[in-house]
Write a protein that binds this ligand. Structure first.
Ligand SMILES: NC(=O)c1ccc[n+]([C@@H]2O[C@H](COP(=O)([O-])OP(=O)(O)OC[C@H]3O[C@@H](n4cnc5c(N)ncnc54)[C@H](OP(=O)(O)O)[C@@H]3O)[C@@H](O)[C@H]2O)c1
Length: 258
């Protein structure tokens, strides 16, 4: 169980992020929640009044590079230090008819990759403070995606941004020289606003409370990687190890004809 920690979650106004915030507040943590929709963050704060922890809203559009100093100053006024940063803000847009619209790529990368960099830039000094003050190591949790395991149709932008995010945090883990733990989370399909746009079958679809509790368990164990549901992970991972099987046989069957 994770308790009595200071936690910052980006992308906490809906879906997996808001469920993580509620479950973590229920076990006595102080959870700062960020997103653009401040009304939803305030709703979350009032829902937490019945819980043993606290939820504190902090508006942050992760694509606004120029706001990082101001956001860090506000965050520092809310918590002395940070034990856990959870990067959950995300954007998904699919590519239709192989239309590689560079603006679509920029929108997706702005949130999923550059937004993750901005969030880390804001949090690092506060995580480093926890490293000095606390016996447990601070932790960064990056919510990536199982879509990064192998090439999937129409996911040229989303899947590649999550693969880049995964690489970013796996590398940061090395350069942080064991001072801050890094956990990369790869969820499969979870029923949220993001997946409500999907008009294709979503095998092993999970609901946010179950997804959040799996993430929290993996974070508490300080796992390097959390993949779920395992059946979807295996059905992508094993064929990805034999690229000719995935790219010649299985992958092409997933492509929708126009
Ligand atoms: N659902 C799935 O099947 C699934 C699978 C694998 C990975 N994931 C990942 O899980 C994370 C959460 O997704 P979800 O499914 O819970 O989707 P969601 O309900 O649509 O939540 C996305 C969150 O990201 C925030 N966000 C988007 N753009 C932002 C920006 N510019 N600045 C700050 N926050 C921003 C949204 O808040 P505002 O709009 O209020 O800013 C919202 O809180 C994402 O990173 C997603 O890629 C989801």
């Amino acid at each position: 169980m994770i308790e009595n920690k200071n936690i910052w979650i980006t992308g906490a106004s809906s879906g997996i992020g808001s469920e993580l915030a509620l479950q973590l507040a229920a076990t006595g943590n102080t959870v700062v929640v960020s997103a653009r929709s401040t009304d939803k963050l305030t709703e979350l704060e009032s829902k937490a009044q019945a819980l043993s922890g606290r939820i504190v809203p902090l508006a942050f559009d992760v694509t606004q590079d120029e706001s990082t100093d101001e956001v860090r100053a506000t965050l520092t006024g809310m918590v002395d230090s940070l034990d856990i940063l959870i990067i959950c803000a995300g954007r998904c847009e699919y590519i239709d008819n192989v239309d590689l619209d560079v603006n679509l790529f920029r929108r997706v990368y702005d949130v999923n990759l550059f937004g993750a960099v901005n969030s880390t830039v804001v949090a690092l000094p506060l995580l480093k403070k926890a490293e000095v003050n606390s016996t447990a190591k601070p932790q960064i949790v990056a919510i990536a995606s199982l879509s990064a395991v192998t090439g999937l149709p129409r996911a040229e932008a989303y899947g590649s941004s999550k693969a880049a995010m995964s690489y970013l945090f796996n590398t940061l883990r090395l350069d942080l020289e064991k001072k801050i733990d890094v956990t990369v989370v790869n969820p499969g399909f979870v029923a949220t606003e993001m997946t409500s746009q999907n008009d294709f079958p979503m095998p092993f679809l999970m609901h946010p409370p179950e997804a959040a509790s799996r993430i929290i368990k993996g974070v508490a164990k300080r796992k390097l990687t959390v993949n779920f549901p395992w059946r979807l992970w295996l059905s992508l991972k094993i064929p990805s190890l034999i690229p000719s099987v995935w790219y010649r046989w299985i992958g092409p069957r997933l492509v929708r004809s126009a």
